[in-house]
Design a protein. Structure first.
Lengths: 284, 356, 292
């Protein structure tokens, strides 16, 4: 399509400014994390790398003292990975199954159960944190991966996504499978699950990022440092920034921030096409 | 080898809509039966009831001598070809054909023999390891047929299998299906809304309308003696001409709206109102003006081998279509004189639409 | 609704059971408990409680702090939704037009989706740090006397800016895919009919994007309500004086840090009602024909 030269130039200019707006804060954090705290204190935030990359990141990753707790960033990364993967896997499996029941079966409790599932969309975890905490405590699940992951899975966003997708699968496929002698379980495993592969991948990526980035729930749930995720670690470092009258540990806080950010960002960028497809189609 | 029998088969949906009003039908062994009718006439419902994909509300369906009303689709020993093929997109064509056999516990060797035999018949040998998306529409259609063939079922069911193909391919596949069915000799039921498909494929044709089988017979029977106005208008293209008329006092002819007369060859009560049907190809042009009907040319379509002439007739400008072999030229508004013979005229009761 | 389904059997119960079980334990039970507790008043030590009817609600609604928080939440949500939608729409339109580097721009503008809210909060906090924050220095060098530690308006500005920054990428993804969904023939027809690019945008493109925009409005409001918790907790912590605490943040502060269960539960219930209305509204709009 025809476009004036002027329009092309402004387009690029605007997009470059937009990209800088997005990137600069993270860039500053990245390069500032490679300086010493004294240097930052004297010279302010930096725009280019310093020479303390290995020193700062090494300390954060392997030395519990650097994160002001009893866990290293490495352990926190592991916990985040467990949360991200557990959340994504659990959510995908459970919602695929529930959506299958809703879309492909006629059964007595279908309507009431559908509404039960629907009601979870109305009330995100954030509005019921206090009682949720009490329930998990009563069940003795505080400071466990189970207690961390299961309550997050209770919302039905994934179920609605798969419901939408199943409804777009042609009816004839089920009919053909029935003529081919496939029962409900076989149709699910042989036909529906393989058909959903790209959808599963897309929702898995989104859920991994959502799980990784969880903040409020892990914050309440995990009183034991051993279960801290890296996102919670940020808060810990932040809280102790100004303790003890020392020069604040800005470089290490930045290093932790960068490490919390890199995994989900990589996932999103690498699987960009799948991720965008999943996101745009889920929300519809 | 099997027969299919329907006794007063009815279908009423949960919302009270009655899709089929008691269908009686007997399909002989090895017969190719075509269900034809406009959309919503119940032809697909009927086919799906034979398949077991829709339940039957009352009456019974028998395959051979077994009542299958409550038999699961997979156990009826039938195979079906769907309109959109319904191939499993994630499986290779081989796996698509093998899936039904695998579920029935056939041995690997047996499955392989059957799939390869079917592939040979359908010329799919080179495509077995590909997936359906990598094939053209016609090839996908063949895979869908292959999936039906490998099962060696008692009955083949076809649900508008050619409607997703382009015109040329449709003609090719039509011949192929006919050929195949004759070769395998398997009882087949075929649903279509395309009357050319219906006429060419059927051993026996069932014209359906609003949940009722209007007429059952060979294609030629139905063309020559349509049982009702509906059948007469549905079969044949362009459609039959219908003209309102009244039987004259001496019962020898019908008087049309403008007073022109059409001879009768059988006796009907004098003064009775009826509808006279004449197919476009059954008019002849009388150059000397001796024809019974005088009509004015409205439009002409030249198709090369034949010419369709659209005319207006009488005070009320009733439309009449004339079909002539070869090419012809007329002026717009020119008056033509048309004749027909009594044995080519169809008479229908004006109220019931039934053939007289 | 499928035309074809499997008939009655126990199989669907097996498939739906895990989801229902988790919802029952971790959703229905706590939600019911929140409602129940909102009618109770605990003594100072949490040892006994008594039924007090709607008193907690009355207290909450009457308290200036809650009202202040509600007003802040409303204004904050509106500003976040408005600015993040406006900025991302502007960027998406340009990104849809460029040919060279289109892919790179897309990546550069969408990766922010993966940034956790508290990470955004911390980055913002650093940039506005009085000791060395570049933005803090920048603003003050223009003589703004910018001080978000003490000035409520400045603090609200900081939180809003961070929240907008975090949300631009999501909106950008939706707008770009919305723009790419507009048939090329339509845009081409529009260039023949209308010379001004700006006019074309407002008369053709924007109306065609209306469903996306409306949908994003709802998404952004929900985001501002709930997901900004992490941003606030790591940037202003609701200070100064609770002026930047959203309703969700206040539930957390009162219930967890203040241990005032009755009040916190009453606030939760009020929030539930507000969100339910918002979601039902959204669902109505998006899926007008709910078959169940």
């Amino acid at each position: 399509m025809y476009q004036s030269k002027w329009r092309t130039i402004t387009n690029h200019l605007i997009l470059i400014i937009g990209s800088l707006f997005m990137i600069l804060p993270v860039w500053i954090a990245l390069v500032s994390s490679t300086h010493t705290r004294e240097y930052l204190f004297q010279h302010g935030l930096q725009f280019w790398f310093g020479g303390h990359f290995i020193e700062n990141y090494g300390a954060i990753l392997f030395d519990p003292d650097a994160t002001k707790g009893r866990v290293t960033a490495l352990e926190m990364l592991f916990n985040s990975m467990v949360l991200g993967l557990g959340f994504a896997i659990g959510k995908v499996i459970i919602s695929m199954m529930a959506a299958y029941a809703i879309v492909y079966f006629r059964f007595r409790l279908a309507v009431p159960l559908f509404w039960v599932i629907f009601s979870t969309l109305l009330l995100p975890l954030e509005v019921r944190i206090v009682p949720s905490y009490e329930v998990v405590a009563e069940l003795g699940l505080l400071n466990t991966y189970t207690g961390l992951i299961l309550p997050l899975i209770a919302s039905a966003t994934g179920t609605f996504f798969f419901r939408q997708f199943y409804r777009s699968v042609p009816d004839e496929l089920l009919e053909a499978a029935r003529l081919d002698g496939a029962g409900p379980l076989r149709f699910f495993l042989d036909i529906l699950v393989p058909l959903s592969v790209t959808m599963i991948a897309a929702i898995f990526i989104i859920m991994f990022v959502v799980g990784w980035n969880q903040y409020l729930w892990p914050l309440l749930m995990t009183t034991d440092d051993q279960l801290y995720t890296i996102v919670i670690g940020i808060k810990q470092v932040y809280n102790s920034l100004y303790e003890g009258g020392q020069i604040p540990q800005f470089p290490k806080a930045f290093a932790l921030t960068i490490m919390a950010t890199i995994p989900p960002v990589l996932v999103v960028v690498i699987f960009q096409r799948m991720f965008v497809k999943g996101l745009v189609e889920t929300e519809k | 080898m099997a027969t299919v029998t329907l006794n007063r088969a009815e279908k009423t949906y949960a919302n009270g809509f009655k899709a089929l009003h008691g269908i009686d039908l007997e399909i002989g062994d090895g017969e190719f039966t075509v269900l034809v009718g406009p959309s919503g006439c119940g032809k697909s419902t009927l086919l799906r009831m034979i398949a077991g994909l829709e339940g039957i509300s009352s009456g019974e369906i028998k395959i051979d001598d077994r009542v299958v009303n409550n038999v699961a689709p997979a156990d009826r020993d039938i195979a079906m070809v769907f309109q959109n093929y319904a191939l499993y997109p994630h499986m290779t064509n081989y796996a698509n054909m093998a899936y039904g056999l695998k579920n029935r516990g056939y041995s690997k060797v047996e499955i392989d023999t059957r799939v390869r035999d079917a592939a040979k018949i359908l010329q799919l040998d080179d495509y077995l390891e590909r997936k359906p998306q990598q094939l053209s529409g016609g090839q996908r259609q063949r895979v869908a047929m292959g999936r039906a063939i490998v099962r060696e079922p008692k009955v083949f069911l076809f649900d508008e299998p050619l409607s997703n193909l382009d015109a040329k391919l449709r003609v090719d596949m039509r011949l192929e299906i006919k050929n195949l069915q004759q070769r395998l000799g398997i009882t087949s039921v075929y649903v279509t809304h395309d009357q050319v498909e219906a006429m060419t494929l059927a051993d026996r044709l069932i014209v359906m309308n609003a949940g009722i089988a209007e007429q059952i017979g060979t294609p030629i029977e139905i063309y020559e003696k349509p049982a009702s106005l509906f059948v007469a208008s549905f079969i044949g293209s362009p459609s039959m001409n219908f003209l309102d008329g009244k039987v004259a006092d001496d019962k020898s002819h019908v008087v049309l709206g403008d007073g022109s007369k059409i001879d009768l060859d059988h006796v009907i009560d004098a003064g009775r109102d009826l509808v006279v049907g004449v197919r476009p190809e059954h008019f002849t042009l009388k150059a000397d003006g001796s024809g019974a009907l005088k009509a004015r040319v409205r439009m002409i379509e030249s198709l090369g081998a034949e010419t369709l002439i659209y005319l207006e007739f009488g005070e009320k400008n009733e439309n009449v279509t004339l079909r002539m072999q070869g090419t012809h030229q007329f002026d717009k508004g020119q008056e033509l004189s048309l004749a027909t013979s009594a044995n080519l005229v169809h008479l229908f009761d004006k109220d019931s639409g039934k053939r007289l | 609704m499928k035309r074809v389904q499997f008939g009655h059997s126990p199989v669907p119960y097996f498939f739906i059971a895990p989801q229902i079980l988790i919802i029952a334990i971790f959703f229905l039970w706590p939600a019911a408990q929140a409602v129940y507790q909102s009618f109770l008043l605990e003594d100072a030590f949490g040892l006994s409680s008594q039924f007090v009817g709607f008193r907690n609600f009355a207290d909450v609604l009457a308290s200036g702090a809650w009202l202040q928080s509600a007003i802040f939440t409303a204004v904050f949500s509106f500003l976040v939704a408005f600015f993040s939608i406006a900025i991302s729409l502007f960027l998406a339109v340009r990104a849809d037009e460029v040919i060279r580097g289109a892919k790179s721009y897309k990546t550069l503008l969408m990766w922010g989706y993966a940034v956790a809210p508290p990470v955004a909060g911390l980055l913002g906090n650093m940039l506005f740090n009085p000791l060395m924050g570049d933005l803090y220095k920048l603003f003050n060098s223009f003589g703004f006397e910018f001080n978000h530690i003490q000035n409520a308006g400045d603090a609200a500005f900081v939180v809003t800016l961070i929240a907008v920054w975090k949300q631009v990428s999501v909106n950008f993804i939706f707008f770009l895919s919305g723009l790419q969904g507009i048939p090329k023939a339509v845009t081409e027809a529009a260039t023949l009919d209308c010379k001004s690019a700006e006019r074309r945008f407002w008369t053709i493109t924007f109306p065609l994007l209306a469903p996306t925009t409306f949908f994003l409005m709802v998404i952004n409001l929900t985001y501002a309500f709930f997901e900004t918790f992490g941003i606030i907790d790591v940037s202003t912590k609701g200070s100064p004086g609770g002026s930047t605490a959203t309703l969700v943040y206040k539930v957390y502060v009162d219930g967890f840090l203040g241990a005032d269960m009755g009040s916190s539960s009453a606030q939760s219930v009020l929030l539930m009602i507000m969100v339910s209305v918002l979601t039902v509204f959204q669902f109505r709009f998006i899926e007008r024909k709910v078959h169940y």
